[in-house]
Ligand binder design. Structure first.
Ligand code: EPZ
Length: 422
């Protein structure tokens, strides 16, 4: 098992950091590559993450050819010919995001079988909105023995989503591309990763309007063809480095970061007193920690403050003198990193969806355990500002969403290393 060891306390990050293609974009994009019956699909700027290998295996399990050329961050998918109806349990059970292959397989074959994704540590992660939407489009859904079976020829429908679920929006948008007639998704998710998926689907010949707004209109077509697409930059990786720079009185250029994808985070950083500037090459973050002010943040679906930045931002709140408040409205159990930070000396109270963080007290390094992907990043960032040695274990979570995270921090000046201890 690998561990990350940080000697923290006096870290001041400076320099330029590059970011990868977005994990939360490439996973649905890979699901979309199942749809074309003519030609092949090439994805570039693909991040090298464990979740990508898992999704590649899910798609390969449908008898689809997937070639991942890691040296060029490129995946070529050939879904021509017959594809299977059933996504392989062994891979789907590894990653709940696999559920977004349900819509494409059903749209393509008229029948699909995918194992029910489990919950995870941050929440129960239901998929009722995915299934309700597919039923509205004519699918017959049964759940038996942990599997979801869906069948039927899909037709257009007007669907109001109780919650702007990212995954449900992706599943339903992909299913609607081959349905008979027009589908309108209301209260749809608006994340940049939804827009990226709509761009690829449109390149494949789909007819989609309103991507990035709360109303998506998809007019079904008979078939789709292969396309080439560059995966959008990872706004959460970019945001993680912005927070790292802010909490270490750093001066960091996050190369190719996209300002409009990070507006809510940037607004909060600026409100605290962080200097954020859009430059030709990306976003530059400069700060003097001693001048930063505490803030209140509430996570919301895009364009609100992203829940995927919540844990990292609480690490910044822990560094800033004064009482900050974090309200997590999207997931029901996403404060576990605060329990671990308590071992490092953080004073905080959690009252249901609200965490009060008494920032600015000196923190001490400690061995800590990561419980989920973003918690891992948050604990590493906290180690940067904690006196002494911090050891972060269970890095399988981190490797799902960050590529060479410790190397990038080391290049910016952090005293950090990754060791393997079998
Ligand atoms: C995506 O998950 C992301 N994952 C998550 O990122 C991200 O936190 C989340 O969107 C919100 O932005 C990927 O893109 C692979 P949701 P998803 O459906 O699609 C409720 C990370 O750290 N809900 O928008 O599963 C659900 O309970 C990960 O990179 C229903 O009630 O998120 C939750 O409270 C973590 N019924 C809320 O919606 C449903 O049918 C958000 O879920 C679906 C969701």
């Amino acid at each position: 098992m690998d561990k990350i060891i940080i000697e923290g306390g006096k870290t001041r990050l400076s320099g330029t950091v590059t970011i990868e293609g977005a994990k939360n974009a490439v996973l649905p994009l890979l699901a979309a590559t199942i749809l074309p019956t003519e030609g092949t699909t090439t994805l570039t700027n693909v991040p090298i993450l464990s979740d990508v290998f898992t999704m590649n295996n899910v798609v390969r399990g449908l008898d689809v050819a997937v070639d991942f050329q890691e040296s060029t961050n490129t995946i070529v998918v050939d879904a021509q010919g017959e594809i299977l109806d059933e996504a392989p349990y062994e891979y789907v059970s590894q990653m709940r995001a696999s559920i977004v292959v349900l819509g494409p397989i059903l749209a393509r074959n008229g029948h699909a079988k995918v194992s029910m994704p489990g919950g995870c540590t941050i929440g129960s992660r239901p998929i009722d909105l995915h299934l309700k939407g597919l039923e509205a489009m004519g699918a017959k859904i049964t759940q038996l023995g942990g599997d979801i079976t869906a069948s039927g020829q899909l037709h257009g429908a007007r669907i109001y989503m109780d919650f702007p679920s990212v995954g449900a929006t992706q599943n339903l948008m992909m299913a609607a591309t081959l349905a008979d007639g027009v589908t309108v998704l209301e209260n749809a998710a608006r994340e940049p990763e939804i827009v990226d998926l709509a761009i690829l689907l449109t390149k494949m010949g789909a007819k989609i309007k309103g991507a990035g707004t709360e109303v998506l209109t998809i007019t079904g077509v008979d078939k789709l063809h292969g396309a080439e697409h560059q995966v959008v930059q990872d706004r959460i990786e970019a945001g993680t480095f912005m927070v790292a720079a802010a909490m270490t009185s750093g001066d960091v250029l996050i190369k190719d970061a996209i300002w409009e994808h990070n507006r809510p985070l940037l607004a909060k950083l600026i409100e605290m007193g962080v200097e954020a500037r859009e430059e030709a090459e990306g976003i530059r973050i400069k700060s003097d920690l001693s001048t930063l002010k505490p803030v209140t943040v509430k996570t919301l679906p895009h364009p609100g403050f992203p829940t995927d930045m919540q844990a990292q931002f609480t690490a910044l709140m822990a560094a800033v003198n004064g009482e900050s408040t974090m309200i997590e409205t999207v997931f029901e159990n996403r404060f576990q990193h605060l329990e671990e930070m308590r071992r490092m000396g953080l004073h905080s109270e959690i009252l249901r969806d609200t965490a009060l963080i008494h920032g600015g007290n000196p923190l001490q390094g400690a061995p800590v355990m990561s419980t989920d992907l973003r918690a891992s990043a948050a604990l590493i960032l906290t180690g940067l500002i904690s006196e002494g040695k911090t050891v972060v274990g269970k890095l399988t979570h981190l490797d799902r969403g960050y590529y060479r995270f410790h190397e990038k921090l080391a290049q910016l000046g952090a005293n950090i290393q990754r060791i393997s201890e079998d």
